[in-house]
Write a protein of this length. Structure first.
Length: 298
């Protein structure tokens, strides 16, 4: 295996809750209130929709795609959802620094070095909102390719925190049989003080419609037993995936970094793809509110 190359799950397409549009000669992210499933091919008008988008949309109320049936390909939650604080070079799309809140891998003139990671709001290098949480969720949508995935990318704390919690809970409740559970991605909205009461959308992971937890666990146990009888080794699959992720210092390559720049680091005239703001935005909004309150009092 080539060292320095992250071996990640094969990607067949993308899942997003927003799109990039051109305004005044600039390509800017625009939030949406539904999912869109695309291929990995772009035209001048944006990403080309995957055939699954039309199939699932035809079954959705008012053709609004707000839930997607999915299956995890790994039992280990951390293999399905990869999330770190990430900073990219805005010219090349190469990752500069990737951290987990404790330590980080940082690209310097001497190579990749390890440093403490205090989180973006406490890091001098990250001032100005250049470092953001970056999560990638890999899910399987189609039994025609059981190891192929569709990737949902987000810089939203709401989505990352909710998905991480759900994966951990379902993994624990099922006795580690996460890959055998019938799950679905669900789009949720909420309003907060930080969003000025405007709705923000985030992604949740739930059991499929009408399925109870005890029923899902029984089904997962049966699927696991049948898979073992057929000679399928889920533990070996997780082990190989773990080795592939660890094969490089930076999991994200420059090609993916360019997409991240376009979708998440665009002009501040619009909000991120998912309609969510990050911690730095929250802090700035709170500071502005305090300043306005002080001015009003004076």
């Amino acid at each position: 295996m080539i060292k320095g190359l992250a071996i990640t799950p094969p990607v067949l397409g993308r899942i997003s809750i927003g799109k990039v549009v051109e305004k005044n000669g600039k390509r800017l992210p625009e939030k949406d209130d539904q999912f869109t499933i695309t291929s990995q091919i772009q035209s001048k008008d944006g990403w080309i929709k995957h055939p699954l988008d039309e199939q699932l949309r035809a079954k959705a109320p008012n053709q609004k795609l707000r839930s997607i049936p999915v299956r995890m390909i790994f039992n280990d939650p951390d293999l399905n959802l990869r999330a770190e604080y990430s900073m990219f070079d805005r010219q090349t799309g190469r990752p500069i620094c990737v951290g987990n809140g404790q330590t980080c891998q940082r690209l310097t003139s001497q190579g990749v070095e390890q440093h403490p990671c205090p989180s973006p709001d406490l890091c001098s290098l990250a001032q100005g909102g250049h470092c953001k949480p970056y999560g990638r969720l890999h899910v399987n949508l189609d039994e025609s390719d059981e190891l192929g995935t569709f990737i949902f990318r987000t810089t939203g704390f709401n989505s990352i925190r909710t998905l991480a919690a759900r994966l951990a809970y379902y993994h624990a409740a099922s006795g580690g049989l996460l890959s055998c559970l019938p799950l679905q991605l669900t789009l949720r909205g909420k309003s907060t003080t930080q969003s000025y009461r405007q709705p923000v959308y985030y992604v949740d992971l739930t059991l499929r419609e009408g399925v109870q937890l005890h029923e899902a666990i029984r089904t997962a146990t049966q699927i696991d037993e049948q898979s073992k009888q057929a000679g399928f080794y889920q533990e070996a699959l997780d082990h190989i995936a773990r080795q592939g992720f660890a094969n490089a210092k930076f999991e994200v390559n420059s090609e993916e970094g360019v997409d991240v720049l376009e979708e998440f680091y665009a002009s501040t005239e619009t909000k991120p793809e998912s309609g969510q703001t990050d911690v730095m935005d929250y802090i700035q909004e709170i500071q502005q509110g305090l300043q306005q309150s002080v001015s009003a009092v004076n």
